[in-house]
Design a protein. Sequence first.
Length: 130
Amino acid sequence: MGGGEDRATRRNGRRAAGQLEAGVLAALWAADRPLTAAQVKEQLPGSLAYTTVLTILSRLHDKGMLTRHRAGRGYAYTPVEDEATHTAERMRSLLEHGPDRAAVLSRFVSELSAQDERLLHQLLAEHEQS
């Protein structure tokens, strides 16, 4: 893609599937209850078609990332994992499939803020004690 174009955006200006899935998941995590496709659509920026939102929800359900239950003629959806668990799983997966774990971890740690570094030290100490 080049020319300053965002990697998550296709050449025709449409958002890539991963970006759409992330937006749908964010809307569901922000909700305090299961949401229907219409309710998810209301939470998303832009003007996505209802059928697009429905397709994304169906794909996320098929991947095991959402549960659903009947709500009228359709379904209401809930994420299987909370946002922190999902993010941690993605981080772990990226780390496991990278060619040089030490380099990745070193770069990650070197770019932490002082506050995040203290938090990481605290969490590692708590983990060692358990």
